[in-house]
Design a protein around this ligand. Structure first.
Ligand code: KG4
Ligand code: ZN
Length: 429
């Protein structure tokens, strides 16, 4: 069983090929859009969408040079949550591939993908597990009991951890994404013994199981306004880009401020994880995942905390923290295994396209008691990607793919049921 997985939820185009029988990662590649969005201080959805339309086809071309389409057993794609204009690019390519190759299509929740990044290259899954998921869009504590039983036990009230770093870097005029930039400024401050600027620790006196970063982001801005550094930022247009970045990176104030943010933000995360651990002794494994779990201070502090509470700590490898398709392929193995164990659906023949409606009846795709797969499959039958794609070649795929940009009546993005906050993860109070 071989799985071709596609990730396009935000600003990274990624494809991976995984052996589903042993979870071996056979190939993976990613094209980041960071440089294109950097000057805007965040992801520009329309630009992202156009870059996906180009880069995903490039990656598929790379795949085709190494492997044959005929060995693929499943097409797997991130279908939520994320930027809808980004998600639909990957989903359109996945649909085109699935229909042309006549192989099943699975939708994978991006957050579950991050959780499964812990198990890339390992067939074993470790549950129950409590996960701190920190990314550009999410900050959550999730109790995971199985692929299908994941419960959000803490969420952010406002911004996410990664977003706070992104906004801080934007305020310093350092572009996007900000996580690595602020992290490395903070590390420099530590190595040069620069004292941090004192910033408040969010919700420190509140016995609430949740996170908050917008107040900290604002405190960062207020401190910045009091500094001489503000003048350099205001005059940024006077310098060429590299010179400006070097000036900021050599500024003691910028390093002190970055360290202040790093200390407050990570102390807040650790404080809330500790609050959770004190009250919940039943889960022995703890993990951090997501793009922002690459943060150096968070990685150090979480090791100390988990040792104190006698938890086993799992962390994704640094190269799998940020968005990638390998984690989506690995999550698909979890999903297929779970569904097989539950026997909730059986794949049957595709049958013929209904020539009048140009759609496939749902039951020709899945015998399905699983609502998630059912919704996804029915969306698939609604899409004009169902139009005849009898012969598979890159041209047809890129054509179908490019059409997804047309935004015409034939394709309704809403039918994908994509919503940034709509995760399939169950919430408990
Ligand atoms: O998971 P990811 O690649 O994309 C989303 O699903 O959002 O996470 C990207 C986020 C960005 O906000 C980025 O600034 C942040 O992760 N990030 C970091 C670090 N590296 C990346 N945040 C803090 N410290 C880092 N070292
Ligand atoms: Zn992510």
């Amino acid at each position: 069983m071989r799985i071709l997985s596609i990730e396009s939820s935000c600003d990274d185009s990624a494809l991976a090929y995984t052996d589903g029988n042993n979870a071996k990662l056979l190939w993976h590649e990613k094209i980041s859009q960071e440089d294109s969005h950097s000057c805007y201080g965040g992801v520009v959805p329309e630009l992202a969408s156009r870059l996906f339309a180009r880069d995903l086809v490039q990656l598929l071309n790379n795949f085709k040079q190494k492997f044959s389409f005929s060995n693929i057993s499943y097409i797997v794609v991130t279908n939520e949550p994320g930027l809808s204009t980004s998600l639909l690019e990957g989903v359109m390519m996945a649909k085109a591939l699935s229909l042309s190759l006549k192989i099943p299509l699975l939708g994978i929740n991006h957050l579950k993908g991050h959780i499964y990044s812990l198990f890339i290259e390992s067939y074993k899954e470790i549950f129950p597990l409590c996960v701190l998921l920190v990314s550009g869009g999410h900050t959550m504590l999730i109790e995971c009991y199985s692929y299908n039983d994941m419960r959000v036990v803490a969420n952010t009230l406002d911004d996410s951890f990664g977003e706070c770093y992104d906004k801080a870097a934007k305020m310093l005029g350092l572009g996007y994404p900000g996580g690595m930039i602020i992290d490395s400024l903070a590390k420099q401050a530590l190595s040069e013994n620069i004292a941090p600027v004192a910033l408040p620790i969010p919700l420190i006196n509140q016995n609430m199981q949740c996170f908050s970063f917008s107040g900290l982001k604002n405190a960062f801005r207020l401190q910045l306004e009091k500094m001489a550094l503000k003048n350099l930022i205001q005059d940024s247009q006077l310098y060429d880009k590299n010179e400006y970045v070097n000036r900021i990176k050599n500024s003691i104030e910028a390093k002190a401020l970055a360290l202040g943010l790093q200390e407050s933000a990570t102390t807040h995360l650790i404080h809330k994880c500790k609050f959770y651990m004190k009250q919940n002794d039943h889960i022995k494994h703890f993990a951090i995942v997501g793009g922002a779990s690459a943060n150096s201070m968070l990685r150090e502090k979480i090791q100390i905390l988990t040792a104190q509470f006698h938890k086993t700590l799992l962390m994704s490898e640094l190269r799998y923290c940020s968005d990638n398709a390998a984690m989506i392929g690995r999550a698909a193995i979890g999903k297929i295994r779970h569904e097989n164990a539950m026997n909730t659906y059986k794949q049957i023949n595709y049958g013929q396209l209904d020539s009048k409606k140009n759609t496939l009846p749902l039951n020709k795709i899945w015998h399905d008691k699983d609502t998630e797969s059912k919704n996804f499959a029915s969306n698939l039958s609604n899409s004009y990607a169902m139009q005849k794609l009898d012969t598979i070649n890159l041209h047809t795929i890129s054509h179908a793919h490019a059409n997804s940009n047309d935004r015409n009546n034939q394709y309704n993005p809403l039918s994908l049921q994509i919503s940034p906050r709509n995760t399939e993860i169950k919430t408990t109070s």
